[in-house]
Design a protein around this ligand. Structure first.
Ligand code: ARG
Ligand code: GLU
Length: 715
């Protein structure tokens, strides 16, 4: 009987654990350890996070603000994604040394390349300081006052909490402002480039395969952290030495198979798992379609030019990839939310929430939350739509308007600030715009403008649309603006910006392009911005109380995890295939054979280096292959999001088995609703990384630094 009960408990734990979740490493012991063990984990919560002795968290820094990396040698070697190192690799590339095209490998430490403005940040300690942050807040009545007090407490505790001189304190809020944690962090600023495969490996499949499974991308690059003589963070210096980490990961060459336990440590950026149904339905019906429509049009224009002109292809490659990345994500997200009936599931949750509120006698406190949401989201709808069109069309995808908006902000500065502030901003702007214009092509942008301004005229909510944009003749307007405005070239913009504030403002206001952006920005900032902010503030407050209520009324087994907020999290699950569509099943592991199947000689997305084809033909996989095949990528049920790029995927023993870099398209809705059926994260297999470093690049120096655990049978 006891045995059956135990089995039942294990079964429940296991199925629940397939529900996603991004957990706080310092709280795993109480919240997750039992479940993780039931899934197969062999190490303890203490091995993952311990403030006093070295633990896995000491091997996982945030990489340059937006990605994750992991330490894989006792000499500070770190691994992250190729797409996370992309800018660095591009910056060091020239026509003679094109590291993007050909890859780069430092065969000795002296060849490692220093970088300006590249940093990695480790977490030293995490502490719950909720009580201190909320001190004196409950007594206040208005939302604005409360927020002010919280901000005050945050800045005091950030300033005054103990830390070493080279460390920093950071306070972050969790559960929509119901919990506050203090992070003591250490940032290393001398991070050197060690190696990356050619893009035909590191970015294999490019935009066509982006967000797609089955996948065959070797999305990794290598860096090394340098420290001063005391092993502490320091600015770049020739005297710096390789950092000796508190912890480095061993790499398992044993591989994985379906149903194996995996966990991912990293810095997921933002999720919205507790939005009410009203908000989700707005995303599905109104907001995502608006953003997709705009980017669809912009991408079509850019693609047309890029296909015809190689110089434009280079100029727009990175911009295009940036726009396409989220365009494709939103399409997948919208489809996934619909297909999984996310709105209906939320409604069901809300119904039972309301019942729990009544049962707990909390009507007065929580009874009106959902009707408040309903009213707020109805009220904000047109403002949100306007905001998304403005952001996507003006600030993000029409380069002339985006640049014009910066000039507009310069003029606005004068209403509050002195001449000196104006001059400083102007100088910064002139310096900054140089890089922008290098990759700007007015003919491309003119055609983008023509498409997007037509969308603005048609789709921007009528009540907020400037009169001059009603029924606009887009072709006539774009040719007028692009043949007359000075914003179309760096030299001409510099002319506009010459002189004191008075003459600059006068010139700007005579410019056709500037006149348009001013009309658009003025009307947006007057008719949309303030009202949006006002309702949004109400939503933030309601969301905080809603979250508080959910936490209060839930059971531990409800597995309520805090939304991602760019802090270190642990997510876990199992290696698993999925069924994207009727009659289709995707297996969880891809092999080099698939690269050869996708190979299109000379193609910019699907070309394959000759050396890799040779290795495939000779099956020269060393100890990294299995049964004559070379594994490349795999998927699992780990719940990840943007920012988890480069995150280590670990096995039951805490050894590295892969590197997270993407999610499957059908499951990108996991930022809003995680469905265990189809949400999967995509990782590059550690064995493929080792194979590329060893057999493809011949970088034995790197291999020799690593601690690789080979399966017993191969030793
Ligand atoms: N989808 C991945 C992420 O969100 C990879 C993006 C980089 N690759 C690309 N083809 N744009 O960051
Ligand atoms: N590629 C994403 C990143 O850069 C990770 C993929 C995702 O959004 O899950 O963080």
């Amino acid at each position: 009987m006891k045995y059956i009960k135990l089995l039942l408990l294990l079964f429940i734990l296991q199925t629940q654990a397939q529900q996603g979740g991004m957990w706080i490493p310092s709280l795993l012991k109480g919240m997750n350890e039992a479940e993780m063990k039931s899934l197969g984990m062999k190490i303890s919560a203490k091995d993952i996070y311990d403030a006093n002795t070295s633990s896995l968290k000491d091997a996982v820094p945030q990489f340059n603000g937006g990605c994750t990396a992991e330490v894989i040698s006792t000499k500070g070697l770190i691994l992250t994604n190729h797409h996370c190192g992309f800018d660095v690799i591009q910056n060091h590339s020239t026509v003679e040394h094109d590291y993007l095209r050909d890859g780069f490998w430092a065969y000795k430490m002296e060849d490692e390349i220093p970088n300006k403005d590249l940093e990695v940040t480790f977490i030293v300690k995490i502490e719950d300081i909720t009580i201190k942050i909320l001190e004196g807040v409950a007594a206040l009545t208005s939302e604005t006052e409360k927020q002010k007090k919280i901000q005050e407490n945050i800045s005091n505790l950030t300033k005054n909490s103990p830390k070493e001189s080279w460390q920093e304190n950071r306070v972050r809020n969790f559960y929509d402002g119901n919990q506050f944690l203090l992070f003591v962090i250490e940032s290393f600023k001398d991070v050197r480039f060690v190696g990356a495969p050619p893009s035909s490996i590191g970015k294999f499949g490019s935009d066509t395969d982006n967000w797609v499974w089955p996948r065959h991308t070797g999305d990794f690059s290598l860096f090394r952290i340098y420290a001063d003589k005391n092993n502490r963070p320091a600015a770049y210096s020739v005297d710096n030495v390789p950092y000796i980490p508190k912890k480095s990961l061993a790499i398992s060459a044993d591989g994985i198979k379906e149903n194996d336990f995996t966990m991912v440590l990293g810095y997921p950026g933002r999720t919205q798992e507790y939005l009410p149904s009203f908000a989700v339905s707005q995303i599905v019906e109104d907001l995502n379609p608006a953003k997709i429509e705009v980017r669809d049009a912009a991408l079509k224009v850019q693609d047309g030019f890029m296909r015809k002109d190689n110089a434009i292809k280079i100029q727009y490659a990175s911009k295009y990839a940036g726009i396409a990345n989220y365009w494709k994500k939103w399409i997948g997200e919208t489809k996934g939310l619909k297909k999984s009936n996310a709105v209906a599931i939320k409604q069901k949750f809300e119904k039972s929430f309301q019942e729990k509120v009544t049962k707990a006698g909390k009507q007065a406190e929580y009874g009106s939350l959902l009707s408040d949401f309903e009213k707020n989201y109805t009220d904000i709808k047109e403002y949100s739509i306007a905001r998304d069109y403005f952001t996507e069309i003006v600030l993000r995808n029409t380069e002339l308007l985006a640049t014009g908006y910066k000039l507009y902000q310069l003029e606005q500065l004068l209403t509050t600030k002195e001449e000196q502030a104006f001059t400083d901003r102007k100088t910064n702007l002139i310096n900054g715009l140089g890089d922008f214009y290098k990759d700007f092509n007015a003919s491309v942008d003119e055609k983008v403008f023509e498409q997007l301004i037509a969308i603005y005229s048609k789709k921007f909510p009528k009540q907020f649309l400037p009169a001059s944009l009603e029924n606009v003749n887009a072709a006539a307007l774009s040719s007028d603006i692009y043949s007359n405005s000075k914003i179309i070239s760096y030299d001409k913009v510099k002319e506009l910006l010459e002189g004191d504030s008075k003459s600059v403002i006068e010139k700007l206001n005579n410019d056709k392009g500037y006149q348009l952006i001013k009309v658009m920005a003025d009307s947006y900032l007057k008719n949309v911005g303030p009202k949006y902010d006002e309702i949004n503030l109400k939503n933030i407050a309601t969301q905080r109380t809603y979250m508080k209520a959910i936490l209060e009324l839930s059971l531990k087994s409800d597995r309520i995890f805090p939304d991602a907020n760019s802090t270190l999290r642990v997510t876990y699950g199992k290696v698993k295939g999925y069924k994207p569509n009727d009659a289709v099943y995707y297996e969880p592991i891809t092999y080099l054979d698939g690269i050869i199947e996708k190979y299109i000689p000379g193609d910019y997305e699907f070309d394959v280096p000759k050396k890799l084809i040779d290795l495939y033909n000779t099956k020269d996989y060393g100890l990294y292959g299995v049964k004559g095949k070379m594994p490349v990528c795999f998927i699992a049920t780990n719940h990840t999001t943007g920012g988890n790029s480069g995150s280590p995927a670990l096995d039951a023993n805490g050894n590295l088995i892969g590197l997270n870099f993407d999610r499957v398209w059908e499951g990108t809705m996991s930022d809003i609703y995680y469905s265990p059926e189809i949400c999967r994260n995509i990782m590059v297999d550690a064995r493929y990384v080792l194979f590329i470093i060893d057999k493809f690049a011949g970088a034995k120096n790197i291999i020799n630094e690593l601690k690789i655990i080979y399966p017993a049978i191969k030793k």
